[in-house]
Design a protein around this ligand. Structure first.
Ligand SMILES: [Mg+2]
Length: 426
């Protein structure tokens, strides 16, 4: 049996955990640069005037009128809260597949001797007790059915209290008849439309189609979903989180920049971030790409964009080497006289650190800088991000960083942003 554990309105509830005054009230989270609404809790979703993915300036009035609290996105907080949830789940099973920031499949085979419903509630309650985050749990014999069960756990939470188990033929049929075809995991909108055109509206009706039809029209991928809905496991369980094959970051500046020095600092800052991710997963990069562009949407500005990819002579995860390569790359593509909106860096050709080959034509470094990078990471993880940073990053981060006017404190990762509680004496 497989459990799918999915956090409810994850970004918005992460914010509420540290703001008990907002419990039961509408909360939304905005995208980078506070452009549009990217997440909303159920109270905010219930207000019909607030459409998702709508630019904020268009709906600001509605947000204020409906007393909606809005936050700039705080990915540091969400990422760390996600890790806590995943750690808790790993205590329930050695096999956890992290599917997304707020979702994981948990292999609970062998647990059939306990009540699965009870086990699901135990997971849900423990996560809530340890993190304050509400989740829905769906339990079923296959991944596609577990996804469906988790949907039901949320949509019909009043009757099942957030846990739904498909452990009998009747319940499977009931779930399939409840699910519209487009809610089935893996069936995209194109296929859903096509199925509707031939009169297939529910997951149940889909399973009644002949296998040949599914194979012919929806390839082997469709057949897997078809089998999974019937309770036959056909999608493998991936326990090892796949190492990232490409690590990149690119953010818009808070304001348009012309000055090469400032753009270099932003670029160096991003390199520090991505190289830390690289070292965390114990790998090195072979290629480094740097790109730079103006604001495509501005008709007042002259437009220019360019990118360059560098092959590193020896794959590396060393922040200083990568910064100096990025700086050279940036100098090659930078053109004065333009107002730039974004610089980005991307590392690829990623290989495990222990497989890095030397280069016959390049002398090995005089001393092992791996130790230096280790100390770097240790200090930054103990005392907070950017406690120690390369001088090339500079200290003008605030001048180019994107606007995050309403970002909540990074409660769980910065000592100086811890939640403070005031107690009154009676
Ligand atoms: Mg979710």
């Amino acid at each position: 049996m497989i459990a799918l554990v999915d956090c409810n309105s994850f970004y918005a509830t992460c914010e509420q955990v540290f703001r008990p005054d907002l419990w039961g009230k509408p909360v939304v989270v905005l995208s980078n640069n506070d452009g549009c609404v990217i997440a909303a809790n159920k109270e905010a979703k219930a207000i019909s005037e607030i459409p998702m993915f709508e630019p904020v300036f268009k709906i600001k009035k509605q947000l204020i009128e409906n007393k909606v609290t809005f936050f700039s996105s705080n990915y540091t907080l969400y990422g760390e809260m996600s890790q806590r949830v995943m750690n808790i789940l790993s205590a329930f099973s050695p096999q956890v597949e992290i599917y997304s920031i707020d979702e994981a499949f948990v292999d609970i085979s062998g647990m059939e001797y306990v009540s699965l419903n009870q086990y699901g509630h135990q997971m849900k309650d423990t996560i809530f007790q340890y993190t304050g985050l509400p989740v829905g749990v769906g339990i079923a014999p296959t991944k596609v059915l577990a996804k469906l069960a988790s949907k039901i756990s949320k949509k019909r939470a009043s009757e099942n209290k957030g846990v739904f188990v498909i452990d009998s033929e009747e319940k499977r049929i009931e779930a399939l008849k409840w699910a519209t075809i487009k809610t089935v995991w893996g069936i995209g909108s194109k296929h859903a439309k096509r199925l509707k055109n031939i009169g297939i509206f529910t997951a149940y009706e889909f399973t009644q189609l002949p296998e040949e039809w599914v194979r012919k029209n929806m390839t082997v991928v469709g057949v897997r979903i078809w089998n999974e809905l019937k309770g036959i496991p056909s999608i493998e369980f991936r326990t090892m989180p796949k190492s990232k094959q490409c690590i990149s970051t690119a953010k818009s500046f808070g304001k348009k920049l012309e000055d090469l020095g400032m753009i270099q600092e932003a670029c160096s800052y991003y390199i520090s971030e991505v190289s830390e991710v690289l070292r965390n997963q114990k790998s090195c990069a072979t290629y480094l790409q740097v790109f730079l562009h103006t604001n495509y949407f501005s008709d007042r500005d002259k437009q220019y964009s360019n990118s360059v990819t560098v092959t590193l002579s020896i794959p590396t995860s060393d922040t200083f080497v990568l910064i100096s390569e990025a700086k050279k790359a940036l100098n090659a593509i930078y053109k004065p006289g333009y107002r730039f909106k974004k610089v980005g860096v991307s590392l690829s050709g990623i290989i495990p650190s222990e497989y890095v080959q030397g280069n016959l034509f390049i002398a090995p470094p005089r001393w092992d800088k791996k130790e230096l990078m280790n100390v770097f990471d240790m200090i930054n993880s103990k005392y907070g991000k950017s406690t120690l940073f390369s001088g090339l990053v500079g200290t003008r981060v605030k001048e180019w960083e994107l606007t995050k006017k309403d970002r909540s404190p990074r409660y769980t990762t910065q000592w100086n942003e811890l939640l403070t509680v005031k107690a009154n004496k009676y």
